[in-house]
Design a protein around this ligand. Structure first.
Ligand SMILES: Nc1ncnc2c1ncn2[C@@H]1O[C@H](COP(=O)(O)OP(=O)(O)OP(=O)(O)O)[C@@H](O)[C@H]1O
Length: 598
């Protein structure tokens, strides 16, 4: 649950008018807001429910979903100190919900100590059932046939110095199983391994089929899909595996999950491909799986044919999906004691520098002694010799002005003198990450600051919103323009003096007239949420105040691991401590559903 809100006045839109009883009291205290109350009232009216305590549970379940949980965790209710209210006693509340008209009408379900709305209960059960069915090899299907000689030959072919033992184990797992969950932090070689999995499976496939194996490379965002496509293509080319030959593959194509499943203009949560119209691919790879929410995972699992291979790839320690659920970390936790778990973990970082690896490792510590972990993280931050720097301050403007201005000037100079490719390369050199969108530590304010500093440095106003060197971030998919959420760009003025937005997607960057792009933002600063799946040579992380509700370990870890070569952390010790010691878990039941009964 998120914290309580404080109504600003009697007209605060979060207050529901004309509601009394428990719901009215909990609304007035800022525990549930007007939207939660209205949904609860509506479903209660339909089911003939009149128990106030059950209505409260329904409103809280709606609220929980909005905060990313799949249901209401009755063991983690918000503190009511100072509100004059008390929670209903659990020994009466739970039976009241279980025996309610809303439960009889299957609007609410109580399971695994969670109160679910029906939709999320169904989705979670479906994901667990589909995954278990896949692990059982679909019952009658049996495990996939493996030609050991061919597997050994493939492993020899791809097993050069560029394939570590743990990566080879992952390749072998993917050949022997229909479902593989490949986890690992940044730089652990997930993409490197995926390319070899594709090759190893294609070699097996060629033995029994007259056609080539069909492969879908997918990701939640367009940017991540493009990156996966490019990285796998590069690896396959390096292995001599692209082409028309008998042991070769066509160039893979990366697609968003929405596009893979067949996006429908009439329905945001249903797709063309489902249980009745399965995907035709023999292998489906999904990268950045930590960003996949419960709804999307349910749609994916129902659309993949039971006999097809599925490889989910991601880092379970990164931020969870925007939508409800924590599917990837639930898979890791739920299958931890499975006799033949689908999860294969890569642990060795082959990319980052030692200090960044050290900081990421400190943040990965699962010890329950949170304060000790915070001490260690602070120690690593303080010991930094340049790859990792910490400016301990509550005056971030002074700390960041020079560096942000220099970075913006470099992009501007490249845009003016050298053209889009050079300017885009500069954008990859430095990125300022903020936790928030709004407020003094938010992206909006910091974008404005950098623009002011840039103008001061140039000695002239930037003029148009489409000034040369303005870094851009695409914020939603535009299938018609072939421009995708998460892609970056830059404004460059063409020889006729017109501004053009150059967007870096798959292939070479492409120019667009600004008016054609509607979902676009300035990217001198970027939210940590949006930075998932991307990296920059140097990252500056601006930590918010320690009481920020966004400040969690996953957020800090995600920010830190975006850095390829060097990292600057700006914030107070209290903020670092708050981040490390806040390991907020979303309330989900999937991990319990996947774990075998004790
Ligand atoms: N076994 C290996 N030995 C040496 N270098 C490796 C090995 N595996 C991967 N690398 C290199 O490490 C870097 C990171 O690999 P890769 O991109 O596959 O990791 P990743 O886990 O997909 O990273 P991210 O998710 O952060 O993009 C690449 O430059 C890759 O060539």
């Amino acid at each position: 649950m998120t914290e309580l809100f404080e109504p600003t006045s009697a007209h605060d839109p979060r207050l529901a008018r004309g509601v009394d009883g428990l719901l009215g009291a909990f609304n007035a205290a800022g525990v549930v807001d007007a939207a939660d109350v209205r949904v609860a009232e509506r479903v209660a009216a339909l089911a003939g429910e009149d128990d106030d305590r059950v209505l409260l549970a329904a409103a809280l379940a709606v609220r929980s979903v909005r905060a990313g949980s799949v249901g209401l965790d009755l063991d983690a209710l918000p503190d009511l100190d100072g509100t004059g209210l008390a929670w209903p006693a659990p020994e009466e509340w739970v039976p009241a919900i279980e025996g309610s008209a809303l439960a009889a009408a299957e609007v609410l379900h109580v399971e695994h100590d969670l109160v679910y709305l029906d939709r999320y209960h169904r989705l979670e059960r479906q994901v667990a059932d589909d995954l278990r069915a896949r692990l059982d090899h679909g019952g009658q299907l049996g495990p996939p046939a493996v030609d050991e000689d061919v597997l050994a030959a493939t492993l020899r072919r791809v097993g050069d110095a560029h394939l570590s033992a743990e990566q080879a184990t992952a390749v072998e797992h993917a050949v022997r199983h229909r479902t593989t969950v490949l986890t690992g932090g940044p730089g652990t070689g997930k993409t490197t391994t995926v390319a070899r999995v594709v090759l190893a499976l294609a070699d097996q496939f060629a033995l029994t089929h007259q056609r080539r194996m069909s492969v879908a490379l997918a990701a939640p965002t367009g940017k991540a899909a493009t990156r996966l496509e490019q990285a796998v293509e590069e690896e396959l080319r390096g292995l001599g595996a692209l082409g028309d030959g008998p042991h070769q593959l066509p160039s893979p194509t990366g697609v968003t999950l929405h596009r893979l499943l067949g996006w429908r203009p009439d329905n945001a949560t249903r797709f063309r491909h489902d249980r009745g119209n399965r995907l035709k691919y023999d292998l489906v790879v999904v990268d950045e799986a930590s960003m996949v929410d419960l709804t999307m995972m349910a749609r994916l699992l129902e659309a993949v044919r039971p006999e097809s291979r599925l490889v989910l790839v991601g880092d379970p320690r990164q931020l969870t999906s925007v939508g409800a659920g924590a599917v990837l970390s639930d898979l890791v936790a739920g299958f931890a004691v499975h006799p033949d778990p689908p999860v294969v973990a890569l642990t060795e970082n082959h990319r980052s520098t030692e200090e960044i690896k050290g900081l990421a490792a400190a943040l990965r510590d699962d010890s329950p002694a949170l304060d000790e972990t915070a001490d260690r993280v602070l120690e690593v931050l303080r010991a930094g010799t340049g790859e990792v720097t910490w400016i301990e301050t509550d005056d971030p403007v002074t700390a960041l002005r020079a560096e942000c201005t220099a970075a913006a000037l470099r992009v501007r100079a490249a845009a003016v003198a050298d053209g889009p490719e050079a300017a885009l390369a500069e954008i990859e050199g430095f990125r300022l990450l903020c936790a928030h969108r709004e407020g003094p530590y938010g992206v909006r304010v910091w974008n404005r600051y950098v623009e002011q500093w840039l103008a001061a440095e140039i000695g002239a106003p930037l003029g148009s919103a489409w000034y040369a060197g303005r870094p851009l971030l695409v914020t939603s998919n535009d299938y018609a323009l072939d421009v995708y959420n998460g892609e970056t760009g830059v404004v460059v003025t063409d020889p006729a003096g017109r501004p053009r937005a150059w967007i870096a997607g798959a292939g070479a960057p492409r120019p667009f007239a600004p008016g054609r792009l509607d979902a676009i933002e300035t990217m001198h600063a970027m939210t940590i949420h949006k930075s998932q799946g991307s990296q920059a040579t140097r990252i500056a992380v601006l930590l918010p105040e320690e009481d920020s509700r966004l400040l969690t370990r996953a957020l800090f870890y995600t920010a830190v691991t975006r850095a390829r070569e060097s990292l600057l952390v700006v914030g107070s010790e209290a903020a670092v401590r708050a981040a490390v010691t806040t390991t907020a878990q979303r309330a989900t039941g999937l991990r319990h559903r996947l774990a075998p009964p004790a």
